[in-house]
Ligand binder design. Structure first.
Ligand code: MG
Length: 336
């Protein structure tokens, strides 16, 4: 595309819009359904239980260590579908672009979306682009919606945790939030920090092959593991006990959290899943997770108990107990 920057005309629906779609969006996102170029995507008949979700992405900065807003927009929606046990199939992508956005940056974002969609085996089948005047948005916002299909016999919900369940996490906490914060603040920390953003559907489908009777799957994104566990405790009407010494955090992330005054339990993840299952399923699930690239550091972090209902508490390193509340307010704005 010959234009160097996004102009208001690229959102006009006229010639510039057509050039943007033909020269930039299509080469990266095209597939037989998108190429129909009609007002809606004709998906046709689908077999199975349909699962549908949507999310908007406003992360700042749009490029960060380990990913960018495009990868996040695909993975976030893919993961929300996978959290219900569905195989993600089709995505929509709506773009709000700020006038003046360098075309080169948009191209990098589209390449990331293409790569993430290919890895997750989903197609972006419909989309929209609007351009707003300089200052009316910050560079680029993306909304993605997704449709997934769930095979029969799976019943996964935040309501299904029951006393005796084991709580598994597939790796280290807080990597996304800390990588974005470090990129945003331009912190020179002499350590490598990288977001964990990743499509989890392949790993989830593999654990469901082994254990279709998993009770709860949820990705601890905004609000982190601490807030997500509280949501599940409330939804299921159970208590959740976690063990401080078993919570996986790298020394690098722990160190940066201490510098920034953040608790890794409340920092966002974008490639993590909390799995609640019956004790007899744990070994099989951990085996599958630990042999998958996105689950190498999987471990047990706690268990479901009968009391106190709707609460999360932590057994501390020194043998005490601490209540883990939901995150109050926003710890880190524009993290996803
Ligand atoms: Mg989610």
């Amino acid at each position: 595309m010959k234009d160097k920057k996004i102009l208001l005309g690229h959102g006009s629906g006229g010639k510039l819009s057509h050039r943007l779609v033909a020269d930039l969006f299509f080469p990266y996102l095209k597939n037989p359904i998108l190429e129909q170029m009609d007002d809606s995507a004709l998906i046709g008949k689908l077999e199975g239980e349909l699962v549908y979700t949507t999310d908007s992405y406003v992360v700042d900065p749009i490029f960060f260590s380990g990913g960018d807003i495009g990868k996040l927009a695909v993975c976030g929606t893919v993961n929300d579908l996978a959290m219900l046990g569905a195989q993600p199939r089709f995505l929509s992508a709506g773009f709000i672009l700020e006038e003046g956005l360098p075309v080169e940056q948009l191209e990098k974002i589209l390449i990331s979306m293409q790569q993430a969609a290919a890895e997750a085996d989903v197609q972006i089948v419909t989309g929209d682009t609007k351009v707003v005047p300089h200052g009316a948005a910050d560079k680029i916002f993306i909304n993605t919606s997704g449709i997934g299909i769930r095979r029969p016999g799976i019943s996964i919900s935040g309501k299904n945790a029951r006393p005796g369940d084991v709580v598994i996490l597939n790796g280290n906490m807080a990597e996304h939030g800390i990588a974005v914060m470090a990129s945003r603040e331009g912190l020179d920390l002499h350590v490598t920090l990288s977001s964990d953003v990743a499509p989890l559907n392949d790993m989830i489908m593999k654990i469901l092959d082994m254990a279709p009777d998993i009770h709860v799957l949820r990705d601890p994104t905004r609000g982190g593991v601490g807030t997500t566990l509280n949501e599940i405790a409330i939804q299921s009407g159970v208590g959740i006990k976690i063990i401080e010494k078993d919570l996986p955090v790298t020394p690098e992330v722990q160190g940066v959290c201490e510098i920034l005054g953040l608790d890794p339990l409340y920092v966002a993840n974008e490639g993590k899943v909390l799995i609640f299952c019956a004790a007899e399923r744990v070994d099989a699930i951990l085996h599958v997770l630990q042999t998958h690239p996105y689950g190498k550091n999987s471990c047990i972090i706690g268990q479901v108990v009968d009391q106190p209902k709707g609460k999360v508490f932590m057994e501390t390193r020194i043998g005490g107990q601490r209540l883990i509340d939901m995150l109050a307010g926003e710890q880190l704005p524009r993290i996803c």
